[in-house]
Design a protein around this ligand. Structure first.
Ligand code: CMC
Length: 437
């Protein structure tokens, strides 16, 4: 089967031919990025499917939220570069941008912040729900359960066809994720839950709920608050990654937003996705010292060894992940502020990065550090246990998930997602009685 782009005269279609058929497929143009061949009529017109199990060449939807140019290392939210947003923005401003397409005016931001602030508490009965988990449960397991359970508590915002319900659910999710995350942590360490404080901004409130204890005054450190805000901004959205696609697929059946975000959390948990930040720290621990780096680089290159350099490589970025560049800067700032500039993990990470970037295996495959490479070092220095790293990713990514969910629900052409398959199982055969098997 051969596929070729159409001639200049017919520059808005592509021809797909082979095996007794030839079909003209429309070429769709986005505002940025490669053209997309529209194959929606392929099965109807030819009786054939396409095969792309890892979605390496397939656009699963049309979207106006985030753009990535992986070859150039570009990430834009609603057209604004991640570098500018991370440098100047405030996390809730970025949330507003993702949810509403435009940066807010002063008054729009004030009223958005007010709405988020007044939705930070969770239904008091939910605290009992936490207590049903085993103390040693991973906080991501707790998150999956508790976020899914929000749909059992907030019946008044579950009508997905009502724009006001969608808006309230979106605000509730953004507002309650820090509370739920901090509660998952407090439960795991046996400390009392700390209620949100409405006089604090979003990030300071989260740090307060995480690190306050009733007997002590918790002092906010502005450098750490700024670094946390930057981590949240850098994780806010990343177009059609595995977890966002999971949220869209779950939502395409009409499931409620809380259930869909719980599905996204489950997908994020894996080490190839959001779980990589926790895996990076485990890996640095395992490597232990600069003198062992070569052994681990060799293991990463060995096809018979399952070991991979965690925090390296990305499906889309074939260049330095712009989020990693920003986090590398924050890692220095945070460690400096805490007086631990010589933190051995940072030294190890910097050396590992230098060696990998100069190794032809990583160069040939365009494997660069990704967002997870430096985030764990910062979070560890701030006092977060590594089991919380992916929880923080989920907290920050919730706004991206809900922005995509909303975009999908509001798309008049939205259909239930239903991929097909290349079946390679048994041919039809006769059922045999158990006594004959
Ligand atoms: N260490 C060693 N080799 C690697 C790595 C790595 N981290 N990543 C990719 N490769 C090799 C891979 O073995 C393959 O080699 P070959 O062509 O010889 O078979 C080649 O590079 C291409 O890899 P791939 O698995 O086909 O690429 P992918 O797009 O399917 O996987 C990835 C992307 C992120 C899952 C992968 O790079 C990986 O497992 N990285 C480590 C986990 C990680 O850091 N994940 C966080 C991703 S960023 C945050 C997020 O989006 O959640």
């Amino acid at each position: 089967m051969s596929e070729k782009k159409s001639s200049k005269e017919n520059n808005d279609s592509a021809v797909l031919s082979g095996d007794g058929f030839s079909i003209n497929l429309p070429l769709l143009k986005g505002s940025l990025g490669p053209d997309v061949i529209d194959i929606r009529s392929l099965y109807k017109d030819t009786g054939k499917f396409t095969f792309d199990s890892g979605f390496t060449s397939t656009a699963s939807c049309e979207s106006q939220i985030t753009f990535i140019d992986g070859d150039e290392g570009v990430l834009l939210h609603r057209g604004y570069s991640i570098e500018e947003l991370a440098e100047n923005g405030d996390y809730l401003e970025v949330c507003y941008l993702l949810l509403n397409s435009e940066l807010p005016s002063k008054s729009e931001l004030e009223s958005f912040k007010k709405s988020i602030t007044y939705h930070t508490m969770i239904h008091d009965q939910m605290t009992d729900f936490f207590k049903g988990f085993r103390r040693a449960a991973h906080p991501m397991a707790v998150m999956c359960g508790v976020v899914g359970a929000l749909s059992a508590f907030y019946h008044d915002s579950l009508d997905i066809d009502d724009p006001q319900h969608r808006l309230i659910s979106a605000h509730r999710l953004v507002a309650k994720m820090p509370t739920i995350s901090a509660m998952a942590y407090k439960f795991s360490v046996g400390q009392p839950f700390i209620y949100p404080s409405n006089k604090l901004d979003y990030v300071s409130n989260f740090l307060h709920m995480m690190f306050s204890v009733p007997g002590e005054h918790f002092e906010q450190n502005q450098i750490l608050t700024k670094a946390m805000s930057r981590i949240f901004i850098l994780h806010a959205d990343h177009e059609q990654n595995a977890s966002t696609s999971t949220v869209r697929l779950a939502g395409s059946s009409g499931a409620n937003p809380f259930a869909c975000i719980a599905a996204g959390i489950a997908s994020l948990w894996g080490p190839a996705h959001g779980g990589a930040n926790e895996a990076v720290l485990k890996m640095l621990n395992q490597i232990g010292s600069v003198k062992n780096i070569k052994e681990y680089i060799d293991k990463a290159k060995d096809k018979n060894d399952p070991f991979r350099l965690m925090g390296f490589g990305h499906r889309v970025y074939k260049n330095y992940d712009p989020r990693a560049t920003a986090l590398k800067e924050s890692a220095h700032e945070v460690l400096n502020s805490l007086g631990v500039e010589n933190e051995p993990f940072l030294e190890l990470a910097l050396k590992l990065e230098e060696i990998a970037l100069n190794d032809s295996y990583f160069q040939d495959r365009k494997l660069f550090p990704n967002v997870d490479f430096y985030s764990g070092i910062i979070l560890k220095a701030m006092g977060f246990p590594s089991s919380m790293f992916t929880v923080l990713f989920a907290l920050a990514r919730t706004v991206g998930w809900i922005a995509h969910w909303t975009e999908m629900i509001e798309d008049p052409n939205q259909k239930i997602g239903r991929p097909r398959q290349l079946y390679t199982g048994s041919m039809r055969r006769k059922y045999s009685d158990i006594s004959d098997r």
